[in-house]
Unconditional design. Structure first.
Length: 468
């Protein structure tokens, strides 16, 4: 009989300690260590006499190619993020807040595959079959030949799936509800999640089925428990969105078979998730034309140009330490832009609260957004609306110079397509880009040029306000 031992496992990183501790020494998280019972068989291997190894055949790298390793899902926005479809035998983890639409997205993907004549299986550990059917009904997918089950035992699932022709796609919703007999811990604990994921990954590799695992996200945005699972799977996608918005953004966090900078944009409607093939139109659709403090940034997400509005509000502060709040952008990037505005352009915001928001729930990671953010900030401070038909891009260096950014032509073309008339862009590297876009180009070399320009049109001429 296997000896039972108590172990203490960090639910964040999965490291094991011999006793309970308040802080995990491996990852530094507090209150994440939980007691889990494990049979010695699943713990560190006991010393046993080594068994005689089985001889296996080694294969040449230049072996025969199998049939198309990628299977397009039928949802182009999803395929864009995965890098062209589901890879045979690969395992994908989809994370996201509760209610963001993970189940909806995956039942739609499974239905699209089934419609194309492939075998697709959807296993729900959270909802009853009737609930999944009800949702599919609402989505108009009731006719799709997706095979459903409400199951949580990994052994039963693998046994069932191994019967007959292997499916092309299996969705497991969610990995936290799965449990396997091989370990004793409760479902949802790191040990269970890891063992269940391992079993499902093994199934995917041996059968060639693409497996999608749904993972829940904790309040600080990490996929709960399965931090460890992130290392085991081939790709991690994160499904994001802002509470009040209907936009949903699918982003690859890790991808062994494709790029990680592409985003897929969806809109949650009464009929499920609709794909948005031109996100710029969506992000700019509710624009406050002519209000001070808004600037349009011509960005690039992966291979696709995306225009998005950056909103800033600058107001005198009543606090000793003024507030800096950012949604959708890097707060340290904002601090840097504020410091450059202060040091090189005489824009003093030390006694002002500063709020910056990227409209539509998009999260921008490019430094190219610096210039648009600075324009929005100065526009708000000076109460000077920016021209409604202008787009901005450029990276601000600490010296106050504007540095060129990647793919200026694609950015300008997208702006021209959406009816914008002018662009404020870096002076460096403009020659080859400006000619063909058809926009009126203002090329600037330093941030102070743009600041002076905006301030001249404002109703608060003196930018540098100092109090007390
Ligand atoms: P769901 O896919 O259950 O989210 P998750 O699996 O990530 O927890 O999505 C649930 C939300 O989506 C719910 O708040 C209602 C909304 N929704 C729609 O707006 N339209 C629809 O057609 C469907 C199916 C859901
Ligand atoms: Mg769900």
């Amino acid at each position: 009989m296997a000896k039972r031992t108590q172990t203490f496992v960090c639910q964040n990183c999965g490291s094991v300690t011999g006793r309970w501790q308040g802080k995990c020494e491996a990852c530094g998280e507090w209150n994440t260590i939980v007691e889990e019972s494990a049979t010695a068989a699943s713990g560190p291997p006991a010393l046993r006499s080594p068994r005689k190894g089985r001889v296996f055949a080694l294969e040449p790298l230049a072996g025969e190619a199998h049939e198309t390793p990628r299977l397009p899902s039928g949802l182009p926005e999803l395929d864009r993020v995965t890098g062209g479809g589901f890879v045979r035998g690969s395992v994908l983890l989809v994370g996201g807040d509760p209610g963001i639409g993970k189940s909806t997205l995956l039942i739609q993907a499974a239905a699209a595959l089934a419609k194309a004549g492939h075998r697709a299986v959807y296993i729900s550990g959270e909802e009853a079959v009737a609930q999944v059917r009800l949702r599919a009904d609402r989505l108009g997918l009731a006719g799709a030949l997706v095979e459903l089950a409400a199951e949580t035992s990994v052994e039963d699932i693998v046994a069932t799936l191994s019967k007959g022709k292997p499916p092309r796609l299996v969705v497991i919703d969610s990995i936290q509800t799965m449990w396997t007999d091989t370990v004793d811990s409760a479902p949802g604990t790191v040990t269970q999640v890891r063992a269940s994921a391992q079993a499902l990954i093994r199934y995917a590799k041996t059968s060639g089925t693409a497996v999608i695992l749904v993972g829940h996200v904790t309040k600080d945005g990490q996929i709960a428990g399965p931090r460890v699972v992130e290392h085991m799977v081939d790709a991690v996608l994160s499904f994001e969105g802002e509470g009040g918005h209907q936009f949903r953004i699918l982003r690859a966090v890790k991808n062994r078979f494709g790029p990680t900078d592409e985003i897929g944009v969806f809109e949650m409607t009464g009929l499920g998730l609709q794909e948005v093939s031109n996100p710029s139109e969506l992000f700019l659709s509710e624009r406050d034309l002519g209000a001070p403090g808004t600037a349009v940034f011509a960005g690039i997400e992966g291979t696709r140009p995306v225009l998005v509005e950056i909103q800033a509000l600058v107001a005198p502060s009543s606090l000793g330490t003024p507030r800096r709040a950012v949604v959708g952008w890097d707060p340290s990037r904002l601090s840097m832009v504020l410091a450059v505005l202060d040091a090189h352009c005489g824009v003093r915001l030390g006694s002002h609260d500063v709020y910056l928001n990227v409209a539509g729930g998009l999260r921008i990671q490019e430094p190219a957004a610096d210039l648009a953010a600075a324009a929005a900030l100065v526009s708000s401070l000076a109460n000077a609306p920016l021209p409604a038909d202008a787009v901005y891009f450029g990276e601000i260096s600490l010296s106050g110079a504007i540095r060129p950014v990647a793919q200026p032509t694609a950015r300008l073309k997208e702006a021209a397509k959406l009816g914008f008339g002018r662009a404020i862009i870096p002076e460096a590297g403009r020659a080859d880009t400006a000619a063909e876009s058809g926009l009126a180009i203002t090329a600037i070399a330093g941030l102070s040029t743009m600041v002076a320009d905006i301030a001249a049109r404002g109703t608060r001429p003196r930018l540098a306000e100092t109090r007390g």
